[in-house]
Design a protein around this ligand. Structure first.
Ligand SMILES: Nc1ncnc2c1ncn2[C@@H]1O[C@H](COP(=O)(O)OP(=O)(O)OP(=O)(O)O)[C@@H](O)[C@H]1O
Length: 523
């Protein structure tokens, strides 16, 4: 086995996605420009109409401005709708490309760095990163385009000092928004940490109650909830403060706009136009506050995505070389460092097909680590065992909600009801009344420890592997049942290479007459 190398981050952008995203952003700018233009022009139009109506002989033509208002209104609706469709399509394309890239990577990664939890996290991060186009990039592009466009319009209309006021106010809004970045905390990760703590507290309840520390645990859980709530409120208060400051700036900019325009002798219709235009431009600048939050969250998600499944997540499984042909499994160069309970040694062992290797040793001697290293080496895409089916049954029983049959069919989707009954009989689960229809709760709840263990082994048998590794196969079983279960495994898979991590070789193995060997990890 070679040490796992960090695989490249899957491609998340293609030329097509970038093109769609850019068109969406352009449409968003057009939509927002139409909105602000509509507000400004219709304000000016209404004011002009009012002034014209109050004048006895007016030459004011309603045609051009009313046409302009209608054109802007229609343009706003159309570009708004188109921007939504195109931006969502670009975001979804990006999310699905990222998700599929990581699914592919997890499916082909033999390093064992992926778990259901890490995949969940990657999927949520892909969503956060993809939606940043709509929640972070679009508001920033709109705010900048509107600030530039608005200031130019005001300056060209003959009010350069008002344009300067708007530019300064927009820049200050941006600075306020950026200053909130350090208050942003990732609600996803703190929520999931809290959820894990709560689930652990619920699971540990009977034990803590019997220890008499249930009140203490309840208090600790309440403190965690309070801290989470406080953190959430602090972030919400920072956002509210920033928005409040932006609104104060907008109000001040409007007052200055009126004063400056008045000093330059602007008539009432121009004043209305300027005020509404400035309001529209600065309302867009305010949207930078939530946009900065989304950007910070997206950056955090992108950083996590970069290291997802790489050696940074590595459990540091030591390396070995494993080869397998139709005659034997050979393990070479597995090194075990010295510790108080084991001596320093190197494992080189050959296990013929149909034979069993017992990896023995006291708790902490390194049995699980050896099985993980072996499974990883066997699955190494560059190795010689890629054609073989390798099943590793860890000591934790990873059972899923549903029925006993559902769990077995994960290994063999075509297993018939009869096949399932046979497996249950071989594992002596029928004796405890289990059938294919027996319900299995979350993580195997509803079944005893020994039943869970045997169901996990039954599922491994259903996969009909060439090499079967089982960590602590007999946990939770009495000696008689343990011996019969191990004998049944061998009967059902006579040619499998079995590697079993156990504290001691079971007496029945010696009496079985079958070929077996040991790799002892004790001192
Ligand atoms: N080859 C190795 N190189 C470095 N560290 C190792 C190696 N083998 C085991 N260890 C370390 O020794 C410790 C115990 O290992 P492991 O969990 O594999 O023991 P175990 O025999 O399966 O224990 P238990 O029976 O209690 O489950 C772990 O911290 C592991 O990282």
């Amino acid at each position: 086995m070679t040490a796992p190398t960090p695989s490249r981050r899957p491609r998340t952008r293609s030329a097509g996605t970038v093109l769609v995203a850019t068109s969406g952003l352009l449409l968003a700018v057009v939509a927002e420009s139409c909105s602000v233009g509509l507000v400004g022009l219709s304000g000016w139009f209404i004011a002009s109409s009012a002034v014209a109506g109050a004048t006895a002989y007016s030459t004011f033509s309603y045609l051009a401005p009313s046409g302009g208002v209608r054109a802007l209104a229609l343009g706003r609706i159309a570009s708004h709708y188109a921007a939504r469709v195109v931006l969502h399509s670009a975001a979804l394309r990006r999310i699905s490309t990222t998700r599929l890239g990581y699914y592919d990577r997890a499916a082909t990664d033999s390093s064992g760095h992926w778990s259901g939890q890490s995949l969940d996290r990657v999927m949520a991060d892909a969503d956060t990163q993809g939606m940043a186009l709509i929640q972070a990039t679009a508001p920033v592009v709109q705010a900048v385009a509107l600030a530039v466009g608005g200031c130019l319009t005001v300056a060209l209309a003959g009010y350069p000092s008002t344009a300067t006021v708007v530019a300064v106010a927009a820049a200050l809004c941006a600075a306020i928004a950026i200053s909130t970045a350090h208050h942003v905390n990732d609600p996803g990760s703190s929520r999931s940490a809290l959820r894990t703590e709560l689930a652990a507290a619920v699971d540990a309840w009977p034990e803590t109650a019997s220890l008499g520390v249930a009140d203490h645990l309840a208090q600790r859980t309440q403190e965690l909830l309070d801290a989470y709530e406080e953190q959430r409120l602090r972030a919400a208060a920072a956002t509210a403060r920033a928005l409040g400051a932006c609104r104060v700036l907008t109000a001040m900019a409007l007052v200055l706009t009126v004063l400056l325009a008045d000093t330059q002798g602007a008539d009432v219709t121009t004043l209305v136009f300027l005020v509404l235009l400035v309001t529209g431009v600065l309302a867009n600048a305010e949207r930078l506050v939530p946009a900065v939050r989304s950007r910070v969250l997206a950056n955090g998600a992108a950083t996590r995505l970069t290291s997802a499944g790489s050696t940074a997540d590595s459990s540091g499984t030591p390396a070995c070389r494993a080869t397998y042909d139709s005659r034997a499994l050979t393990v070479t160069g597995y090194r075990v460092p010295r510790s108080s309970i084991r001596r320093r040694r190197r494992i080189d062992v050959t296990v013929p097909v149909g034979s069993t290797l017992f990896v023995t040793g006291a708790s902490g001697s390194g049995k699980t680590t050896f099985l993980d290293a072996l499974a990883s080496a066997l699955r190494d895409p560059g190795g010689s065992a890629t054609w073989a089916t390798v099943t590793n049954v860890p000591a934790d029983n990873h059972l899923f909600t549903g029925s006993v049959a559902d769990n077995i069919r994960l290994a063999d989707a075509r297993a018939s009801d009869e096949d399932i009954e046979e497996l249950l009989t071989a594992m002596e689960l029928d004796r405890s009344g289990l059938t294919g229809n027996t319900k299995v709760g979350v993580g195997g709840r509803g079944l005893s420890g020994g039943e869970q263990r045997r169901l996990a082994i039954a599922r491994a048998l259903a996969a009909r592997p060439d090499i079967l590794l089982i960590d602590e196969p007999t946990t939770g079983l009495d000696n008689g049942t343990a011996n019969r279960v191990l004998a049944a495994v061998r009967r059902r898979l006579p040619h499998v290479v079995l590697v079993l991590a156990v504290h001691e070789v079971p007496a029945a193995a010696e009496a079985s007459g079958r070929a077996w060997s040991t790799a002892g990890l004790d001192r």
